[in-house]
Design a binder for this molecule. Structure first.
Ligand code: ADP
Length: 241
């Protein structure tokens, strides 16, 4: 699903978090929103998700205006930074949750839900942990479950806010390779927020560099790496982690 972002502006009181953002994301792309802390990455992602409204501008999904629509009406999956899993639910129940709360005509039956959850557990290689609770999992395992849960509703768009930020280097690398592989195998369009330049260069098809609420540069990893539009911002990013 393509996403066309036009002239998005957002202020919090008198502070302009985003100014006139224009960005077209193609179907199947994996796009990184990269930028220093406070540059507006999360705000833009939340506006795409429908979790936040913009002051002006529009978001068009596959030619359909989604600007005023709620998150449930958009075909998006959302993965937060700190694996917002339900603590009182098992891994199985966490993944099944998104399917159970679907509108009745879209809701699968019990057996279909079970089948789907097992497929997703296999996809994220967590089959043996279905009965555990989030507190009994490692950070990397929890984030895998968060990804499986987001994928349960077969989103056409996956939005990820620093999905691997809190994890150690090895798990982080494994999960980002996994995200890349998912992209290479499934028809999904993803936007992920990161302040880690290496992560963006490693997996993204295109990188969007934000600075102070504006787009500094859009390009493939090679273009951005070889020819940074603003070396100051780029170097700064490199020093964040
Ligand atoms: P990033 O994700 O790049 O770190 P954010 O999008 O979270 O940046 O924030 C951009 C700016 O907007 C920051 O200065 C932040 O303090 C401000 N901001 C974000 N959300 C809110 C909010 N709900 N209320 C007030 N200010 C906010």
């Amino acid at each position: 699903m393509s996403i066309e972002i036009s002239n998005i502006t957002k202020s919090f009181d008198s502070f302009k978090a985003l100014s006139n953002i224009d960005l077209k994301i193609n179907t199947g792309e994996l796009v990184a929103l990269l930028g220093p802390s406070g540059s507006g990455k999360t705000t833009l992602l939340r506006i795409i998700a429908g979790l936040e409204t913009s002051d002006q501008g529009s978001i068009i999904f596959d030619g359909e205006d989604n600007t005023g629509k709620s998150t449930q009406d958009r075909k998006v999956g959302f993965v937060f930074q700190h694996y917002a899993l339900f603590k009182h639910m098992t891994v199985f129940e966490n993944i099944a949750f998104g399917l159970k709360v679907r509108p009745s005509k879209l809701r699968p039956g019990k057996e279909a839900i079970e089948k789907k959850v097992h497929e997703l557990l296999a996809l994220v290689k967590m089959e043996e942990l279905a009965k555990r609770y989030p507190a009994q999992l490692s950070g990397g395992q929890r984030q895998r479950i968060a990804l499986a849960r987001a994928l349960a509703v077969e989103p056409k768009v996956l939005l990820l806010d620093e999905p691997f930020g809190a994890l150690d280097a090895k798990v982080r690398k494994d999960l980002r390779r996994w995200l890349r592989k998912l992209h290479d195998e499934y028809p999904i369009t993803s936007v992920f927020v990161t302040h880690d330049q290496e992560e963006a260069l490693d997996v993204a098809d295109r990188i969007v560099i934000l600075n102070q609420g504006k787009i500094e540069q859009i390009g493939t990893p090679e273009e951005v790496y070889d020819n940074p539009a603003n070396p100051f911002v780029y170097n700064f990013l490199g020093n964040v982690n």
